[in-house]
Design a protein around this ligand. Structure first.
Ligand code: PLP
Length: 438
């Protein structure tokens, strides 16, 4: 149990109490509940630029960024205009519309191996559908995933799933039938020998390896040099597909996501990619894609069924398109610089306070582990001190900086984190570091 933190947020407390009478745990996604850091989640009434305003009228510099999508900051005026325009012309048609094509074109133009994309409404749907497609294409049932990688709450992929699940210390979820889990092989991340051994023993039954392109759900744990190459080589040699989950990294790490930083690979590109978060600009839009020849196995052209009432929703696609079009080189350079300023200052404050820590990066995505030494996999990540993070988190919150309420999360920086917002974060760090040292 985390210590109880006094809250000066009476309106949020009242809303949380009310929520708990009608919503399980009072939240619609578990990590929002503050369970691992203790205290009361802030109920947000509005968000603009780099700031959130809570129900008590308190302003916070936001480093959650809706867990990734808000790369331009909140309520970007041009994205808002695109959304308002789209909404004024209808909320959902259930028939094709041009923005779906334009968003698909934008993704295809950015991620070179992706020729065709299918739009869905969440990252979970994207990975679930990519997995079905891989199984349909190969006629095989098993799937390899890595401990600490989160791919949404797909039954087969919830084993050792990092982030939210790690936050709660659950090995995996109740309600996942053993038949679904039995087809999932969980390996330690960054362990090429373990991968080769599994394929040597069972390769003919494995449909796919799915990996976060650069994991951000056990904190940031980038692939060691050569690891992604090895995934590609081993899967190709055994006729299995490689699914690169870029739901978090896509269009954030670079205009072409993690693939734009690390690819192309000598052994070849991943077969399928999944996207979400940034490409929806804060609205429910996600996608999976790959070469046209593979994607042709999807209905209506092929035998693998996949569908969605709200897939390619006109308002969501307008938001996503407007967001991606504004993810310019300047935006990426700004986020990179701001992230480095914040991470360097946090590391300096923690060092000054004598708090063990390690900062890890994947492009401009970073997280801070409250432990010493390189973190290469989920077992390493679990060394992070949850109590130290909780103390740090609450000291930041009390000073008006809202970090993710999870020790295993990326600190999401946006284009709207200007000098004033960054300065407010920097000013809060020493007291938070000192709280973490107690
Ligand atoms: N894949 C990755 C890498 C993610 O980080 C997430 C969400 O955090 C998902 C998939 C699931 O996306 P969603 O929450 O939109 O279902």
């Amino acid at each position: 149990m985390p210590p109880s933190y006094p809250s000066d947020a009476p309106a949020s407390e009242a809303l949380f109490a009310r929520a708990k009478t009608v919503v399980p745990g009072g939240v619609n996604s578990p990590v929002r509940a503050f369970r691992s850091v203790g205290g009361t989640p802030r109920f947000i009434t509005s968000a603009r630029g780099a700031y959130l305003i809570d129900a008590d009228g308190r302003e916070y510099v936001d480093l959650i960024g809706s867990w990734g999508p808000m790369i331009l900051g909140h309520t970007h005026p041009e994205v808002l205009a695109a959304v308002t325009d789209a909404a004024s012309r209808g909320f959902s048609y259930g028939t094709p519309s041009e923005n779906e094509v334009a968003l698909a074109e934008e993704i295809v133009a950015r991620v070179e191996p992706v020729e065709h994309v299918r739009l869905v409404s969440s990252g979970t749907e994207a990975t679930m559908s990519a997995l079905r497609l891989a199984r349909g294409l190969t006629g095989r049932s098993r799937v390899v995933k890595f401990a600490g990688c989160y791919h949404g709450h797909v039954d087969a992929l919830l084993a050792a799933a990092g982030s939210g699940v790690a936050t709660f210390g659950l090995p995996d979820s109740a309600g996942v039938p053993s038949s679904a889990a039995a087809e999932t092989i969980v390996l330690p991340y960054n362990d090429i020998a373990a991968l080769e051994a599994v394929f040597a023993a069972d390769g003919e039954h494995i449909a796919a390896v799915i990996t976060e392109a650069a994991p951000g759900n056990m904190g940031v744990v980038p692939p060691a040099p050569g690891f992604t190459e090895a995934l590609r080589r081993v899967t190709r040699d055994h006729g299995a597909l490689l699914i690169s989950d870029e739901v978090m990294t896509g269009f954030r790490c670079s205009r072409s996501g993690w693939y734009g930083l690390e690819g192309p690979y000598a052994a070849g590109a991943p077969d399928l990619f999944t996207f979400g978060k940034v490409m929806g600009g804060g609205f429910p839009a996600a996608a999976f894609g790959g070469p046209a020849a593979l994607m042709a196995a999807l209905a209506p052209d092929g035998p693998v069924y996949q569908a969605g009432t709200l897939s390619g929703n006109p308002v969501a696609t307008a938001a996503g398109l407007a967001t991606l079009q504004r993810c310019t080189p300047e935006v990426y350079a700004h986020i990179d610089a701001a992230a480095h300023t914040i991470a360097d200052a946090a590391a300096a404050a923690l060092s000054a306070a004598g708090v063990p820590h390690t900062v890890q990066w994947a492009g401009s995505m970073f997280s801070i582990f409250f432990c010493e030494g390189l973190v290469r996999d989920y077992d390493d990540a679990k060394r992070t001190s949850a109590p130290a993070y909780a103390a740090f988190f609450h000291a930041m919150l009390a000073q008006g900086v809202h970090l993710p309420p999870s020790a295993y999360e990326v600190w999401f920086v946006s284009a709207a984190h200007d000098a004033a917002a960054v300065d407010r974060i920097l000013a809060a760090l020493p007291a938070a570091a000192s709280a973490a040292s107690d």
